[in-house]
Design a binder for this molecule. Structure first.
Ligand SMILES: *[C@@H]1O[C@H](CO)[C@@H](O)[C@H](O)[C@H]1NC(C)=O
Ligand SMILES: *[C@H]1O[C@H](CO)[C@@H](O)[C@H](O)[C@H]1NC(C)=O
Ligand SMILES: [Zn+2]
Length: 948
């Protein structure tokens, strides 16, 4: 699965102390008698089953077998521990399913083929099936054709059905009723516009039927039969290949799918709807032809081409880089509007958030295009890393996610620019994961416990997990890493394994001892590495010291290069140092003069690097910003200079010395006419984000940081007003008349030009300047060649006031009209306003919340307004009104969609990071949430963790 966005997704569990809360009570209405006896229809007799599903079961003559559990109010949130892993005594080896879908009600009939786990030697003889009784009404249950008695044959508990000692070769048949139309949690089977679709990771399958819903139970989904109205839902899709389809009469039709490869339930998927599609083929390296189809609502079909292109590139890349080939005949992708996450790698039937699959130049920005490519790659790469080799239990999530994020980063790097890609990923890591790891939700990439697994789809598991995989590659070399991957697949293809199995494969394939490296899996927090340097008579000594939450030292790869201080030439090319002690000295001998070290090149480890003295050597930074041969560190040096300057501006005043260094770096980049890597130039001009800056201090005053960053930005803008305008005009001229393209060069030119625009528009003191800025932004807006430029212009205009106010309102109105109801474009319209820098932003956001196009039910829309506002400095406005506003929204949202409410609560739990007064207000709002009844397990876990 892919997370949505890359910012902080705060999370974690609470301690053992669990307070009792009301289990979301649901009443299933009147109990009625006459049990249907499910053995009346054989599996082969689909007509009979359908008739049952369609009419008999729906009549008011049905006993709901699990209604008592559903109305119990006792279930407290349960914390689950990694150390308590229990193997299964029985396995479901095969499953057949029948979905009979009707408006307002779906009947799901399943047959589970149960066998004892031959190698099991534990005590239990029972099989535990998971089922969420707040969503699933159990209508019938029989074993080998015989109805079962509660108490004697099985027991029910919240979330569970325990089947007592099933015999070998048992076939358990269940019939349940679900209501996808009411499923606002978007987990399980739900209705979204003209389609029904499923999301099962992590624990959505139990919201469809009773089943051992854990990744180590891998079963063949042999027959999945879908039945629905033919006219309203012409497309019927599930995993694998379609083996049968036809009419049922009464205007209904069916399709039966089979997936020959055993899979865990979280990879199950079906989609039933009225969809358009595009079609293409791909020939694999061994010459097999694969059919590729991408589906969406019909009015979006013209925005699918880029996704298809990206899919073919991904397939080619995985063959070239890892020798991995696709092995089925069909590959389907479906775009869904209401989706909690970014995308989901269901076998042969990937489901995507529309935001990560639809893209054309008039509706998507360059960043959107890049994301579509990355996420398509991510889900495709899961086919091997995740699906063929999956996780034994959810604590191992990083096994598939860290590895697959690493693979998609490498893919994007190869498709575009490696250095740009690295900069973007590290920016995301610092602003999101570092922050998460410093707060109450800090956890190791392989956590030790959870209450709601959905809370563990975190920046830590994903982004830091990917950094740890990258360190394997840095330590073992690209060839060594590939050998390790080959051995990993050779050993574990088709099974459910752990992070330890991955480490063993890497170690065994290369003969490198990785036992110390393993500590990364159990250590939370961001390690700090400090460095000290000494040069004498041709010998340079680098002393590195590490500090982390582990009492034993970590194995940290530190890539280092040395540049001659006089000539700037590279005296020692990049070398990987193995930091394995708490403090370690590294000597470089035979040098021809003093050197400037470039440490942690390419960001070779997810650590904070600081000088031992506590004082950055600004001269060295200026030197590296001008000359480092490592693209990442060159950028990094400039960022550090800007950072010093911003903190000076915050505390008192910018010093001339620091300002001159920063000015020099800025000016050199701005007027660099040689480099054609425009994106690198653009990123070198952008100041560090407020989130990244906040990570560097103990107590955050968001408004002071915002002001200080703004002051530096304005000063540089005034200093270089002429050069900025020149560069802007040059780029405009270079792009005019040329065809619109989405390639690295065109993206880079737009990026650089938009950075110039942003600086120029920040000069807005006098009415005269306000007018000039508004005119420039307005002409940028009107002449925009695609969504990237449009968004850049509107972003600048949205914050304008005074003489710029009328231009702002005009542009917002035009943008809204032009969107013409397009959901993804409207999301941008909401976001840009919620992120604007205006004094009355909270009132504006409150008004937007009442806009007819706003709804809490669609996660993308909700994030676009509420999520964006929580990232705005205005959220932290002193009175605390922003915090109260978010809390009120969360109260409503939690009743609809706990996964989204708990994610958004991440903005409040960081209260300890802020000054006393703010912190106390945030804490009080959290307490109000904690006292709310009912509260979801998801939100409860986050809030209680935050209060601790
Ligand atoms: C079957 O039992 C063995 C031995 O206890 C265990 O290692 C394995 O994980 C079990 N299989 C499953 C899917 O639980
Ligand atoms: C990936 O591989 C599996 C097993 O070999 C196959 O069933 C599946 O359809 C493939 N494709 C995807 C996208 O999962
Ligand atoms: Zn994923």
């Amino acid at each position: 699965m892919k997370l949505f966005g890359s910012k902080a997704f705060s999370v974690f569990l609470l301690s053992n102390a669990v307070t009792s809360i009301a289990f979301r009570p649901v009443s299933f209405g009147k109990q009625v008698k006459q049990q249907i006896s499910s053995q009346q229809c054989g599996w082969g007799d689909q007509k009979c089953l359908a008739a049952r599903g369609g009419s008999t079961l729906s009549s008011a003559t049905t006993t709901v077998l699990n209604s008592a559990v559903a109305s119990e109010e006792t279930a407290a949130p349960v914390e689950i521990f990694r150390k308590d892993y229990e193997p299964l005594p029985h396995l479901v080896e095969k499953i057949n399913m029948l979905f009979s879908i009707e408006e307002g009600k779906t009947i799901v009939t399943t047959e589970l083929f149960i066998e004892p786990n031959e190698s099991y030697n534990g005590k239990s003889r029972d099989l535990t099936l998971d089922g969420d009784e707040t969503c699933v009404k159990l209508l019938a249950l029989s074993l080998n054709g015989k109805d079962l008695e509660e108490g004697t044959d099985y027991t029910l508990a919240p979330g569970k059905l325990i089947l007592k000692n099933p015999p070998a070769g048992a076939v358990l048949k269940t019939v349940v009723e679900i209501v996808p139309e009411d499923n606002t949690q978007l987990s399980g089977l739900y209705k979204d516009g003209p389609m029904y679709c499923t999301q099962c990771e992590a624990m959505g399958f139990r919201r469809i039927t009773y089943y051992p819903d854990r990744p180590d139970n891998m079963a063949v989904f042999e027959n999945v039969r879908l039945e629905a109205d033919k006219e309203a839902y012409p497309v019927l899709l599930a995993n694998g290949n379609m083996i049968d389809s036809g009419d049922l009469g009464d205007g209904r039709h069916y399709a039966t799918w089979t997936d020959p490869y055993p899979k865990p339930s979280y990879l199950f998927c079906c989609v039933v709807g009225d969809l358009g599609k595009i079609h293409d083929t791909y020939t694999t390296m061994s010459g097999r032809k694969v059919d590729l189809q991408v589906f969406s609502e019909s009015h979006n079909v013209h925005k699918l081409d880029y996704a298809m292109e990206s899919l073919k590139n991904s397939m080619k890349w995985d063959e070239d880089r890892f020798g991995l080939e696709y092995d089925l005949d069909l590959y389907n992708i479906v775009a869904v509007d209401s989706f909690n996450m970014g995308a989901m790698e269901n076998k042969g039937l990937n489901v995507f958030n529309t935001a990560y699959v639809l893209a054309d130049k008039d509706t998507a920005t360059d960043s959107d295009f890049e994301r579509v490519e990355g996420v398509i790659g991510h889900e495709y790469f899961h086919n091997w890393t995740g699906n063929r080799v999956t996780c034994r239990d959810w604590f191992q999530l990083t096994l598939k996610e860290g590895l697959t994020v690493f693979r998609d980063q490498e893919f994007s790097g190869d498709m575009n620019s490696k250095a740009v890609n690295r900069i973007e990923n590290v920016r995301g890591l610092r602003a999101g994961q570092f922050r998460e790891d410093a707060g109450p939700m800090s956890h190791p990439i392989r956590p030790d416990s959870y209450i709601s697994m959905d809370n563990f789809y975190t920046a830590t598991v994903y982004s830091k997990g990917a950094e740890i995989i990258r360190m394997y590659q840095t330590l073992l070399s690209v060839e060594g890493f590939r050998k390790g991957m080959d051995l990993y697949f050779e050993r574990h293809d088709g099974s459910a394994v752990t992070c330890d199995d991955f480490l063993s494969a890497m170690s065994d394939a290369t003969g490198v001892d990785l036992s110390q490296f393993a500590l990364w899996y159990s250590t939370n927090g961001t390690p700090v590495v400090t460095y000290d340097t000494k040069y004498e008579d041709g010998t340079f000594v680098l002393t590195l010291t590490q500090k982390s939450n582990s009492d034993k030292p970590l194995h940290i790869p530190i890539s280092v290069g040395l540049l001659n201080k006089e000539t700037g030439e590279e005296a020692v090319a990049t070398k990987v140092l193995d930091l394995k002690e708490m403090t370690q000295e590294f000597k470089f001998e035979g040098l021809k003069g003093d050197v400037v070290p470039s440490i942690l090149r390419e960001f070779s480890a997810p650590v904070k690097l600081l000088p031992a003295s506590g004082e950055e050597d600004e001269e060295a930074l200026a030197f590296l910003a001008a000359r480092d041969t490592d693209g990442f560190n060159k950028w990094e040096a400039g960022q550090k200079l800007f950072t010093s300057l911003i903190f000076q501006a915050k505390d008192a005043e910018m010093t001339d010395k620091t300002y001159d260094f920063a000015k020099e770096a800025f000016g050199r980049t701005l007027t660099d006419k040689e480099s054609k890597d425009y994106s690198i130039l653009a990123y070198a001009l952008i100041l560090p984000s407020e989130g990244t800056l906040g990570e560097l201090v103990d107590v955050v005053d968001p408004i002071a940081i915002h002001k200080a960053r703004g002051a530096v930005k304005k000063r540089l803008a005034r200093e270089f007003a002429t050069e900025l305008k020149e560069r802007y005009d040059e780029l405009t001229a270079a792009m005019e008349g040329s065809e619109f393209k989405v390639d690295a060069e065109s993206i880079g030119m737009r990026r650089l030009r938009n950075v110039c625009l942003e600086y120029l528009c920040s000069i807005r003191e006098t009415p005269e300047e306000q007018k000039t800025a508004a005119e420039l932004a307005m002409s940028h807006f009107k002449k925009a060649s695609g969504m990237t430029d449009k968004v850049a212009a509107l972003g600048a205009l949205a914050s304008m006031d005074g003489e710029g106010a009328s231009a702002r309102d005009e542009a917002l109105e035009t943008f809204y009209k032009d969107a013409d109801g397009d959901a993804l474009v409207l999301n941008k319209w909401f976001s840009l306003q919620a992120m604007a820098d205006l004094p009355d932003i909270l009132d504006r956001v409150k008004k937007l919340k009442e806009h007819p196009d706003f709804t809490l039910k669609n996660p993308n829309r909700c994030r676009s307004l509420i999520g964006a506002f929580a990232m705005n400095t205005a959220f932290h406005e002193e009175s605390g009104a922003g915090y109260a506003f978010l809390r009120e929204i969360l109260e409503d949202l939690d009743q609809l969609n706990p996964q989204i409410s708990s994610r958004m609560a991440g903005s409040l739990i960081q209260w300890k990071k802020y000054d006393e007064k703010r912190g106390q207000i945030m804490k009080a709002e959290l307490q109000k949430l904690a006292d709310m009844k009912p509260i979801s397990d998801d939100l409860f876990e986050i809030v209680s963790r935050g209060l601790k």
